[in-house]
Design a protein around this ligand. Structure first.
Ligand SMILES: Nc1ncnc2c1ncn2[C@@H]1O[C@H](COP(=O)(O)OP(=O)(O)OP(=O)(O)O)[C@@H](O)[C@H]1O
Length: 228
């Protein structure tokens, strides 16, 4: 199958999400439509409680919209199967990273490949390639991730997310706990993944630096998404 270079990789159409609390319904997202392209980095910004994480959950297949559709390369992710979409096409780096800290950087990646059923002969070699791509020092590849710095851990978590050769990478506040310089390194990684590797990178952030480094800045306000 061939794809047009600028055909959207991810499309949200009239997406809404409401939460029921007792007998009250609260609508967080109100009819959001947007098309995300490969090879671009997007920042999603907005005040606390505006629904950024909710939007990320729907776009990444962790949750389903109340109404509307989320499509990956034209196919409704509900039909594709949310588990399959998450394993094969769209990975998320969470704020908590969720690394297995008693395992090495390489083991974190190879075990993710095992769990998601990646068909690859030499998983170790692929893990090393990914860690190199993300700028993790060779000396750190076989260290337990518990022993790595916050910035290095973040890189390992991103490498693990990419282990399944996904097309879309989501990240929730990836620079929130990093100092300025380390955050700059992570921002460069995201830009490289979008511009050199053709990934669609979507970052939820409060950081001005991340927003400034992105190709598109999308603002969530009162349940609506607008390009800034
Ligand atoms: N599972 C849930 N059940 C009920 N309400 C929820 C649930 N998840 C989120 N909400 C509500 O939806 C609103 C948006 O939350 P969300 O976490 O998406 O915002 P956010 O923009 O990511 O906030 P922050 O920047 O503080 O992380 C909040 O009022 C929150 O309380």
């Amino acid at each position: 199958m061939t794809f047009l270079p600028h055909a959207p990789v991810l499309e949200l159409t009239e997406v809404t999400r409401s939460y029921q609390s007792g007998n009250r319904k609260r609508t967080v997202l109100r009819g959001i439509s947007y098309a995300f392209e490969p090879g671009r980095m997007y920042a999603v910004i907005g005040p606390s409680g505006s629904g950024k994480t909710t939007l990320l959950s729907l776009a990444s297949g962790l949750d389903s919209p109340s109404t509307g559709t989320v499509r990956f390369r034209g196919k409704d992710v509900a039909e594709l199967g949310l588990g399959r979409y998450r394993n094969r096409h769209a990975a998320t780096v969470f704020q908590s990273l969720n690394l297995l800290t008693y395992m090495t950087a390489v083991q974190n990646i190879t075990s993710a490949m095992e769990i998601t059923g990646v068909q690859r002969g030499n998983k170790n070699q692929r893990a090393v390639e990914l860690l190199d791509l993300l700028g993790v020092d060779a000396a750190d590849h076989n260290r337990r991730t518990l022993k790595l710095s916050g910035g290095q851990q973040q890189r390992v978590a991103i490498a693990r997310a990419l282990a399944c050769e996904v097309d879309i990478l989501f990240a929730d506040e990836p620079t929130g706990s990093l100092d300025h310089e380390t955050a700059g390194g992570i921002i460069s990684v995201f830009r490289k993944l979008a511009h050199d590797e053709g990934k669609c990178v979507v970052v939820v952030t409060h950081s001005r630096e991340v927003a400034d480094a992105s190709d598109e800045v999308l603002q969530l306000k009162r349940g609506k998404l607008s390009a800034r």
